[in-house]
Design a protein around this ligand. Sequence first.
Ligand code: GLV
Ligand code: MN
Ligand code: MN
Length: 416
Amino acid sequence: MSARPSRRVDQARLWQRHEAMARLGATASGGVNRPALSDEDVAACRLLIRWGEAIGMQASRDVAGNVFLRLQGSDAAAAPVLSGSHLDSQPTGGKYDGVYGVLAALEACEAIVESGGRPRRSIDVVAWMNEEGSRFAPGMMGSAVFAGARSLADIGASVDNGGESVAGALARVATAMADVRLRPLGGSVHAYVEAHIEQGPLLERMGKTIGVVSGIQGKRTFRVSVVGEAAHAGTSRRAERRDALLAAVDMVKALAGRMHDPQDIVKFTVGQFTVTPNAPSVVPSAVSFSIDLRHPDSMLLRQLGDAIEGLCREAAGPCEVRVQELSTAMSLEFPSGMRQCIEAAAARLGLPHTELHSAAGHDARYLHGICPSGMVFIPCHLGITHNEAESITPEDATAGARVLADVLAELADRSA
Ligand code: GLV
Ligand code: MN
Ligand code: MN
């Protein structure tokens, strides 16, 4: 390849594709609800495949539900460069979280095709299965299985609120996408680059267009199951009740107190709370709640996470409690070579840029375990995200895709 493909990135095309994707699972309040492995998620993968095939890319999928589009390189034996993110969303999600990284990668490939060059290495655009972890916990399942960090059997057992397992949903989606070639799971990867909206306010506040991501803060997730006993709300005596909801509330209060950090660096969230039987006149017999705990310092994250089970036991009263850790991910730093490559591309394009650490989690975490990985951030208005009001500008989206196009072209031409 010779000429840099960034000049062929097409803002109108990139923006129209975001609008088309946002119609799949659109909510009344302007956001998106596209659960992993749902019909809307499959429709989004299909639309992506249609766009990729129109420019000669080859579609494939793997047994973990990841979807790929390959821009064939001249050296078929060379390990490919991967770029993408996810198409699933939170239940009241925005239009750009995840989608942007997939569409920016597709736009980068289209720009490479239009600039007339053929990369040495193939470039795979990828949509990872279930990054969000809201329908099936925990998240980042597709990238974790691809990278060998989790097994298919392990993710397959996760069940959604309606009782469907990941294994069942994957089988349904495999049937719906039977016409798309199945590729072997995993494989060697030369490098991975993920573009994403920042999901924080820093770039906008600093007046920077591009964030060169230095790393990702650590995160541990848990499920706490509290078991009491169902009883009549009018007749059962307080001393005899085993109210799972009151015990769970005490646990959450104790945990929030222990995790309270005046500097606001510890992030502690109970985002899901399920009460059984969830009836007004029945003392709750069981409660299950989620914990999402994050901190950039791995040692502190370890200490705080390890305190959770003891605090829950102390607050359990007459109920039983089980604390299950669903995922453990320590803080990571991306390799300096990848950061320099992204930084140099932004500088050549004259785009205001800065390094920053990611407070949100991304599939790049798992790719980091198997190949040199990096991330490109673009601003996200006021940092509003995991929210239907999430907003970015077409200009920033284009700037990020231009950086990505040059970075992917450069990585795909490298011999080692
Ligand atoms: C990703 O969606 C995260 O929760 O960090
Ligand atoms: Mn995301
Ligand atoms: Mn997200």
